[in-house]
Design a protein around this ligand. Sequence first.
Ligand code: SAH
Length: 260
Amino acid sequence: MNARFVLVETSHPGNIGAAARALRVMDWHELVLVRPHAFPHADATAMAAGADDVLEGARVCETLEEALAGTGVVFGTSARRRRLDWPEHNARGAAEFAAAGGEPVAFLFGRERTGLTNEELDACHYLLHIPTAADYGSLNLAQAVQIVAYELRMATLANPEPEPPAEPMPAHEDLARFYEHLESSLTDIGFLDPDNPRLLMRRLRRFFARSRPTALELNILRGILKAAQWPERDTAAWRRARDSRTRPRGGTISERDDQE
Ligand code: SAH
């Protein structure tokens, strides 16, 4: 299975090394670092304790978009429950879901002090919350990575050859483009207040994250958005095509057509 572990703005390089070890020991190899504070670093190498291949192979990215490109399902890990209910799994449920889906998957981990921002969680399909003591819910970053890596190993051992999805699913970047298009077209048609887009867009993202449109369905939705943005142009194209099929030879457009 194709699994990517993405750490966002990690402060302590030792945690990056410990995360590399946590992955390597469970036979996961793809570590991506978004704007790490210090990397490469001697503390990372020391904590990796021999998992040098994962550490040296770690890709450093400037943006989350770059880090998630090419993945299908994205899980955002969080020690806290969030304001707006987002579809949520625990580590075991997430791993079983990922192992059954046959799509490239990414797990996103946040900063040691503040976790992931709401905007970063917007890029995820699901929240992954590891259940903990109610009054102390925050694991060390590398330990959270270890739990997810272990559960993913167990789930892939139990389900080594998942069925690929019946229809192609969109990659992360296709979905990101769709959300941009959705936001701009809802603004164009006057539905979205550009000064206050956040909550509506978050709710819509949650809706689409839940319904998981296929690549084809996403194209249909984008076509609908285009037609809503430029109704004259699209209707004209549609009418022209219809008229060329139905217009009597040499005749004019019928009255009925004109009124439609
Ligand atoms: N105070 C931060 C805690 C960050 S802990 C917060 O409230 O979000 C650093 C990272 O470890 C988190 O961003 C998350 O990726 C992971 N993590 C820690 N505890 C977790 C838990 N109970 N469930 C899932 N991920 C957790």
